[in-house]
Design a binder for this molecule. Structure first.
Ligand code: FES
Length: 164
């Protein structure tokens, strides 16, 4: 049998492209799935509060939460959108939480700005224990009602959902 380099390359490209398409599809599907209730219910140590700079939101996978710092006020914000439960990422360019499913937008304090979400993002209480920030995953605080705008500020830049 003759070795055909061109056919081998063609097949390689097709297989590689197929694998890439499958990986992209899986990632998109997984991101848009509603979150199941988090299994963790205990207290989660988050380290020194100084790790969380003003104007930032840091995802903590162990608690499926965001630690955000709004003008020195720290929050442990649930990743789960109050609308239908999608995972809500923080958009670095706008400085806001933007739900990819139906477009709800929240400020850095988790307050509702726009979209179908019935309230702001839910939170867990934070305490300081021996200089370390601790989130209580067993306690859920309902997100602020519409109209709360204590931490609302103009967007830093383009929204992630606008492709910016
Ligand atoms: S699940 Fe977030 S806006 Fe619908």
């Amino acid at each position: 049998m003759k070795f055909d380099r061109r056919r081998l390359l063609e097949k390689g490209w097709k297989i590689g492209g197929g694998l890439l398409a499958a990986a992209a599809g899986w990632t998109s599907w997984d991101l848009l799935q509603p979150l199941k209730p988090a299994g963790a219910t205990g207290k989660l140590k988050l380290g020194s509060p100084s790790k969380f700079e003003p104007g930032t939101a840091t995802f903590v996978n162990a608690g499926r939460l965001w630690v955000s710092n709004a003008d020195g006020h720290l929050f442990a914000i649930s990743q789960k959108c109050p609308h239908l439960g999608c995972r809500v990422p923080f958009c670095e360019s706008s400085g806001r939480f933007e739900c990819p499913c139906h477009g709800s937008v929240f400020d850095i304090g988790g307050e509702w700005i726009s979209g179908p979400s019935p309230r702001g993002l839910d939170q867990h209480p934070l305490t300081l224990e021996d200089g370390e920030l601790v989130a209580d995953l067993g306690v859920h605080i309902k997100g602020p009602d519409h109209g709360a705008a204590e931490y609302l500020s103009p967007p830093l830049g383009p929204s992630c959902s606008e492709g910016g």
